[in-house]
Design a protein around this ligand. Structure first.
Ligand code: NAG
Length: 405
């Protein structure tokens, strides 16, 4: 209820923002000082709710010729509200309304930004709080896509390519890092892991399944797990159970329920991603996850299907390629590239499609130091020569073109 009340207030305020830039006022320093205070508040945890009305008022009153940073924050605030409405469920109309505000506000910000660029001014205090250009383009395009405005979304993402931020429109990390080869949407295990790791993963699936089944039998199945609330899917039928989060081992879950799984996918046996997870991801039939591109290319994502065969028209799309989960099988994909999931029904093995997800440090990062940073701590010592040799082997196997030196 609190959410809806503040939403109504903000919607009302939004309507009051004039469609064209307000008239310039002679002094801008007071305006700047106030605005910086609100931008700072926006960045505190859950500070966006209090600061949104103030930021909106500030754009309305301000000198107006250059408030694009503030406008991008306002758009970002609307986007957070749209996600909350999505995860609240059953508020699609309100969500769409809010997404339209996201889109309109980004568009207004962009035109002010372009004007500002052409003026070549450098005295603009709001730059202290400027968002990454990639963040802005990612979210603006996502909002357009959620509204079904695909062509407009692509135009926004293409800007990122034209501005040299990304190599491909489909893959939109916050920060593009150099990799070897062109990259693929999906990889087989042999293309990203040394043979002994492939064997360890494949031979672990049965044990992982046993641990899952025991958990369910003990009354600790997916009904008791955390519902996914990123605001990316249209139903409340996606749950997760984390085992490792950013390298941090979930002791209770690992020691009491998933000992073997945590060992196979723990730092001693698996080069996990410093920013990434090992987790179970469970979906019921009739679950749809919107297209989205992950924020980092420093990891690749492994999926191993543990239980629950899906219907023939269920799939995961990454970039231009679709795959299905075969129970007992695994694949890896580049999570920074756009992906989308549709599970129409689970046809065998119970009501859930159970996948074990493990993020690995991206073995195709070109620079050894980038790789070292991408990898979680606690594993074996990492030696540049050994890593380069193993990367060479993987590159040969994956057929990824190795650039001539
Ligand atoms: C919200 O927007 C989506 C995408 O355009 C559309 O499919 C859906 O019907 C809209 N929902 C409502 C309730 O207007």
């Amino acid at each position: 209820m609190i959410l809806l009340t503040s939403l109504t207030l903000i919607l009302l305020l939004a309507i009051l923002i004039p469609p064209t830039s307000p008239s310039p006022s002679p002094t801008s320093s007071d305006h700047d000082i106030q605005t910086l205070k609100h931008l700072k508040q926006f960045r505190t945890p859950s500070g966006f709710r209090q600061s949104m009305p103030k930021l909106i008022a500030s754009v309305r009153k301000g000198p107006g010729k250059r408030d694009w940073v503030t406008m991008q924050y306002i758009a970002g605030g609307y986007h957070q509200m749209a996600r909350k409405l999505n995860s609240a469920g059953g508020l699609e109309e309100e969500e769409n309304q809010t997404l339209k505000l996201v889109v309109a506000t980004y568009k207004m910000a962009e035109s002010v930004y372009v004007d500002w660029l052409s003026l070549g001014e450098d005295d603009y205090p709001q730059l202290e709080y400027v968002m990454e250009r990639t963040t802005v383009l990612r979210h603006w395009g996502d909002a357009l896509k959620s509204l079904g405005m695909e062509d407009e979304a692509e135009m926004v993402w293409r800007k990122g390519v034209e501005e040299g931020l990304w190599k491909r429109e489909m893959c939109r990390p916050e920060r593009e890092v150099e990799v070897v080869g062109e990259g693929k949407w999906f990889y087989e295990l042999e293309e990203v892991f040394e043979t002994k790791v492939v064997e360890r993963i494949r031979s672990s699936i049965e044990g992982v399944r046993e641990e899952y089944v025991a958990d369910v039998e003990a009354g600790r199945g997916p009904e008791t797990w955390k519902k996914e609330e990123a605001g990316l899917h249209s139903t409340k039928s996606w749950s997760q159970l984390p085992l490792y989060v950013d390298g941090d081992r979930k002791t209770g879950v690992c020691d009491e329920r998933y000992k073997k799984t945590c060992e196979v996918f723990g730092p001693k046996n698996f080069d996990g991603a410093a920013k990434g997870q090992v987790k179970f991801s469970v979906m019921e039939g009739n679950t749809y996850v919107r297209p989205h591109a992950g924020p980092t290319m420093e990891r690749l994502r492994l999926h191993c299907s543990i239980v629950g065969a899906v219907g023939a028209d269920s799939w995961i799309r990454v970039g231009n390629e679709k795959r299905r989960w075969d129970v007992g099988g695994c694949f890896v994909f580049d999570e920074s590239c756009e992906h989308e999931v549709s599970i129409t029904e689970v046809v065998d093995g119970g009501e859930y499609r159970v996948v074990l997800i493990a993020d690995l440090a991206n073995v195709f990062l070109k620079d050894f130091d980038d790789y070292r940073e991408a990898r979680w701590e606690g594993g074996g010592r990492l030696n540049r020569r050994v890593w380069e040799e193993s990367q060479d082997k993987l590159l040969k196997r994956s057929g990824v073109e190795v650039p001539e030196l």
